[in-house]
Design a protein. Structure first.
Length: 131
């Protein structure tokens, strides 16, 4: 009997504390391989490693003025990898942000909460279930 394939998940958030907390929560799942990034640019440079899913913060302020925000990153990622699942993550419940993300190819839009890791695991189960 073979064990299930690990899902490669890229986490992208410029909030280092939230990123670390989410990474630790998701790393507890032996079926998820997590790689974290503090900018969209650093994430996009690693797309060649073929992640299964990207969890991308909507409000990426970045470390410099030249960094792109989450929506711009979503559009760029979908141009490069149209079939890649990208789930947007935000502290805002603004419906316009949600609609904009979904119109640009996001698989889902999650509002940051204590349950984000569990919700991400549920999305992974839904997207990658083999049953």
């Amino acid at each position: 009997m073979t064990s299930p394939r690990k899902i490669s998940l890229f986490l992208v958030d410029d909030d280092s504390l939230y990123l670390k907390m989410l990474e630790q929560n998701l790393s507890g799942n032996k079926n998820i391989q997590v790689k974290s990034f503090d900018s969209a640019e650093s994430c996009m440079k690693e797309l060649h490693s073929n992640p299964d899913l990207i969890l991308l913060d909507f409000f990426l302020d970045g470390k410099s003025q030249n960094n792109i925000n989450g929506l711009e990153a979503l559009m760029n990622i979908k141009k490069m990898e149209p079939n890649l699942y990208v789930v947007m993550l935000s502290s805002s419940e603004n419906v316009e942000y949600l609609l904009s993300c979904m119109a640009n190819g996001a698989a889902d839009y999650l509002v940051k909460s204590r349950n984000t890791a569990k919700r991400v695991e549920a999305i992974i189960n839904e997207l990658f279930s083999t049953t």
